[in-house]
Design a protein around this ligand. Structure first.
Ligand SMILES: *[C@@H]1O[C@H](CO)[C@@H](O)[C@H](O)[C@H]1NC(C)=O
Ligand SMILES: *[C@@H]1O[C@H](CO)[C@@H](O)[C@H](O)[C@H]1NC(C)=O
Ligand SMILES: *[C@@H]1O[C@H](CO)[C@@H](O)[C@H](O)[C@H]1NC(C)=O
Ligand SMILES: *[C@@H]1O[C@H](CO)[C@@H](O)[C@H](O)[C@H]1NC(C)=O
Ligand SMILES: *[C@@H]1O[C@H](CO)[C@@H](O)[C@H](O)[C@H]1NC(C)=O
Length: 168
């Protein structure tokens, strides 16, 4: 009986069900700036954040680019890397987000912490755009297993090329 379970588990692994899955949540873009969260928690180093942006054909946002996005309505409740800083863009005061601060809330530089990423797509010039991301260049990422992107419009993109509207 025990060996049956060992084999069943092994078999499932062969069917790839044991492979790790990497999930990215991607926000709408405000003048090209968007938020990316990996695996639903703070999990990126600064280098990984920059690489992730490149995989999305973007660059790590600068503070100036994020400030412009913030003026256009961009806010999150997540610490993320921009060039030189770790920030949360806030518009509405909320005690559980950036300790009720509004504006661009900056965390004192922390080289060891893991956070999310704020990326910038230079070719996106509209004030706000919510088209889903349906492409990721995995060559910029270390082995992540199966990759899925959950877009803010509710759609999910699988890096193997399949996409299911509203499949979440
Ligand atoms: C990221 O996506 C997961 C799964 O869809 C969801 O549970 C989680 O709340 C999302 N996080 C954010 C910040 O949108
Ligand atoms: C949060 O900030 C707002 C606006 O500054 C203020 O009215 C409110 O009392 C603050 N809430 C807390 C819990 O500090
Ligand atoms: C830096 O981040 C680490 C890990 O999140 C945390 O334990 C540490 O307290 C932080 N240091 C500062 C100065 O914020
Ligand atoms: C990546 O972005 C650059 C500049 O933003 C653009 O010229 C290029 O066409 C994009 N590449 C792809 C594959 O979308
Ligand atoms: C960047 O913006 C352009 C213009 O809207 C769009 O075609 C492209 O898909 C975007 N790239 C990413 C990675 O969002």
């Amino acid at each position: 009986m025990a060996s049956f379970y060992v084999w069943a588990t092994f078999g499932l692994c062969l069917l790839k069900l044991c492979l790790t899955k990497t999930q990215f949540n991607v926000s709408c873009k405000y003048r090209g700036v968007f938020h990316v969260e990996k695996n639903g928690r703070y999990s990126l180093t600064r280098t990984e954040a920059a690489d992730l942006c490149r995989a999305l054909n973007s660059t790590l946002s600068t503070l100036e680019q994020l400030e412009k996005a913030h003026e256009l309505g961009f806010e999150t409740c997540r610490y993320g890397f921009v060039v030189g800083y770790i920030v949360i863009p806030r518009i509405n005061p909320y005690h559980l987000c950036a300790a009720n601060h509004t504006g661009i809330y900056k965390l004192s530089a922390n080289t060891t912490g893991r956070y999310d990423a704020y990326c910038y797509n230079a070719t996106e010039t509209r004030d706000k755009a919510c088209e889903p991301i349906e492409r990721i260049d995995t060559s910029f990422l270390s082995n992540q297993g199966e990759i899925v992107i959950d877009n803010e419009d509710g759609s999910r993109y699988n890096a193997d090329g399949t996409r299911h509207s509203g499949d979440k």
